[in-house]
Design a protein around this ligand. Sequence first.
Ligand code: HEC
Length: 241
Amino acid sequence: MSVVMLLALKGYSQSSQDQQFFESKIRPILSQYCYDCHSSKSAKIKGGLKLDTKDSTLKGGNTGPAVVPKDLDKSLLIKSIRYTDEDLSMPPKKKLPDDAIKDLERWVSTGAYDPRNDTPTITVSEALARKHWSYEPLRRPPVPQVQSKWINNEIDSFIFLSAKNKGILPSQEADKKTLIRRVYYTLTGLPPTIEEVEAFVNDPSTDAYEKIVNNLLSSRAFGEKWARHWFDTSRYSDTTG
Ligand code: HEC
């Protein structure tokens, strides 16, 4: 047995393995191949069967339970996907890929673990989106204890440490003229005017840089620069009608 497998067995309890199997295999199959006709969002629910919650799957449709955990032969869902019964072959148009059939059989024979309750179904992409880091609860990781004159705040400590681990050292501190050009290009894509450079160079206050950044963040040019990227992401395009 490989080390990776050993770790996997050690690290995951049975129920989280079941959960992983359900999320990576079963939910995608049901949502891709069955929900069109068998979910609360279907235009018309076929055969009285909803396959988008645990309860409705166990209860089944007009004929009876769709899934009987650990009993392949009594599970109508399994019967239907095997395409052995002319009157009940699902999905109606085309047999599922062999892998999907095997996965559903494994799912039922190992107890049909099902975390879905009776709240409305979420789609695969919604489920994935919810795992995005921006929805993770906030955590306070310990601040790395590293020393450098380059470090001015806690965020710098994290950056310094991971750069150092990659063999990268901070470069020379930029002079004020260089710095203001850089921050303008980064935030707005445009250079500062001569007056703006001079005002910044001659501003001795400790928050001179901060003021520039805040100004740029609330400028129209900042929105325009980044909107270009959002438009690409949202596939905006002008058409000729
Ligand atoms: C295009 C629509 C459509 C899709 C997609 C579809 N079904 Fe069906 N399903 C039906 C219709 C219509 C019936 C009822 C009439 C019949 O027996 O053909 C039905 C009935 C069933 C029944 C019997 C319900 C009962 O109790 O009578 C089962 C089980 C079932 N489907 C499972 C599935 C599974 C599993 C999938 C996905 C792999 C699936 N279906 C995908 C249309 C669909």
